[in-house]
Design a protein around this ligand. Structure first.
Ligand code: ZN
Length: 268
């Protein structure tokens, strides 16, 4: 009887697993977020995305964590998109998405949640540039003087706005160490990464922050998700590049011919 029960339990678990992209792991004594990340081969920001209630400091023995089988995250489009657009949003190929979602089709309807792998090689690396585009979207406001959309005054825009759906993944533009991760008045949820050479990059208005201060980040790592927190008229990424705390035009540092971000200058 007992043997049958065990067999049944295992069978049910296996059926359950075949329909999901993750396992539940019980935290063992001695585990840290770093050791779990290394053991399963899943980057820390991906673990934080799957387990929004945890931080590096609060994991406890016996606590259950969701661990995806492959480095990847769930994405639920707010608007219907094509498979090729979804691939561009993740800087990967459509084939990589199809390999884990054989029945995905060519359109992903709004509200349908899909598992999307994070590519081993971010395709925006194909451009040899020091910085890479942090998000796929459409530039909605350039760096420099502008009439502010909310204050209706002439104000200096310290970064570049890239419009994208809520939940779109945000990637580190350059390798560095997280200097700030949290809320800053007008910026809303913001990540600041410190790089060599006196540079810092700012990623603002996020809906989700998946890093913490002190975390080492490589160029192209997934770090958070697009949102509309802080002073914002709709979901977009406000991206800044600072050198010795002076803001610069981010476009000057980004790959010029990257076809993944739509920009007027591309056709110039
Ligand atoms: Zn902005």
């Amino acid at each position: 009887m007992r043997r049958i029960l065990v067999f049944l339990t295992i069978s049910i678990l296996m059926v359950g697993l075949s329909f999901s992209f993750y396992i539940n792991y019980k935290v063992q004594s001695g585990d840290t977020l770093y050791s779990i990340s290394k053991g399963f081969g899943i980057p820390i920001p991906v673990l934080l995305d799957w387990n929004s209630d945890i931080t590096s400091a609060n994991i406890k023995v016996g606590q259950s964590l969701k661990i995806p089988f492959n480095p990847g995250i769930m994405f639920k489009p707010t608007k219907t998109i094509s498979l090729s657009t979804l691939a561009k949003m993740f800087f990967i190929t459509a084939a990589e998405i199809q390999s884990v979602n054989p029945s995905i089709g060519t359109t992903i309807p709004a509200g349908k949640e899909v598992f999307v792998p994070l590519g081993r090689e971010n395709t925006s690396f194909t451009e040899l540039a020091d910085f890479i585009w942090p998000v796929y979207g459409e530039i909605s406001s350039e760096y420099g003087w502008r009439i502010h959309p909310i204050y209706n005054k002439r104000l200096f825009h310290t970064g570049l706005d890239i419009r994208a759906q809520t939940g779109t993944p945000v990637f580190a533009a350059r390798s560095g160490v997280v200097k700030f991760a949290g809320v800053k008045s007008g910026y809303g949820n913001i990540i600041i990464i410190e790089h060599s050479g006196g540079y810092e990059t700012y990623y603002a208005h996020l809906s989700k922050i998946n890093v913490f201060v002190g975390l080492r980040i490589e160029k192209g790592d997934f770090i958070g998700r697009v949102g509309s927190t802080g002073t914002s008229t709709g979901p977009h990424l406000h991206f800044e590049v600072r050198k010795y705390d002076e803001t610069n035009d981010p476009v000057a540092y980004l790959p010029r011919t990257n076809t993944y971000v739509m920009r007027r200058v591309l056709s110039e």
